[in-house]
Design a protein around this ligand. Structure first.
Ligand code: SF4
Ligand code: SF4
Length: 188
């Protein structure tokens, strides 16, 4: 007890705590700052970061989305809206695909739910805007995001690395009845 009091007294008399603090300040004074002056200084997001949405295109540049609606059904924020019509060969045509990004919680469920790897979350985090409209992404904006943020092999790599299941995971039972598309010429 007496020893403890003695130590405290020495600390008070010689300002040891203050001197320690000043030494620490002095040691870090000439080191480069760890803080960044965002938005002037931007750093890339960590790989796999869940940022702004993008609608994926295949190698021929066609939109992968078939309008099945699974992503919208899974979305807990109900911020995905898909509007389809029937096209040639009874294919679904995705007329509108919209994401209200301001409502999104970036859970990634839409990406996981999609059996076609058609909806993605890019590494883009820097899209602040004064207008609420800027956060309402339509099909055209989402497809443009793919071109901007997933150029070249990046899209494929990003998908394979960070997201499952992928299309190839949906093998199904070999005995299972499947739809097979009849080529147009053979149609009666
Ligand atoms: S990340 Fe989550 S909240 Fe956002 S659109 Fe996808 S499912 Fe909805
Ligand atoms: S993004 Fe995927 S899950 Fe959503 S409608 Fe298109 S194909 Fe279906």
């Amino acid at each position: 007890m007496v020893l403890m009091k003695k130590n405290s007294l020495i600390k008070i008399m010689f300002f040891t705590e203050i001197l320690k603090g000043m030494a620490l300040t002095f040691r870090t004074l000439f080191k480069p700052a760890v803080t960044r002056r965002y938005p002037k200084v931007k750093v890339p997001a960590q790989p796999g970061y869940r940022g702004l949405h993008a609608l994926a295109k295949d190698n021929t540049g066609r939109m992968k989305c078939v309008g099945c609606g699974l992503c919208g059904a899974y979305c807990p924020s109900q911020c995905i809206h898909i509007y389809t019509t029937e096209g040639e060969d009874h294919n679904k045509v995705v007329d509108r695909y919209e994401v209200d990004v301001a409502r999104c919680i970036f859970c990634g469920f839409c990406v996981e739910a999609c059996p076609f790897g058609a909806i993605t979350l890019s590494e883009q985090y820097d899209y602040a805007n004064y207008s609420k409209d800027a956060f309402y992404m339509n099909k055209e904006k989402l497809l443009a995001n793919w071109d901007t943020y997933f150029e070249g092999e990046k899209g494929n790599q990003y998908f394979k690395k960070f997201w499952r299941p992928l299309t190839e995971d949906f093998k199904g039972n070999p005995e299972q009845a499947m739809f097979s598309k009849i080529p147009r010429k053979e149609k009666r």
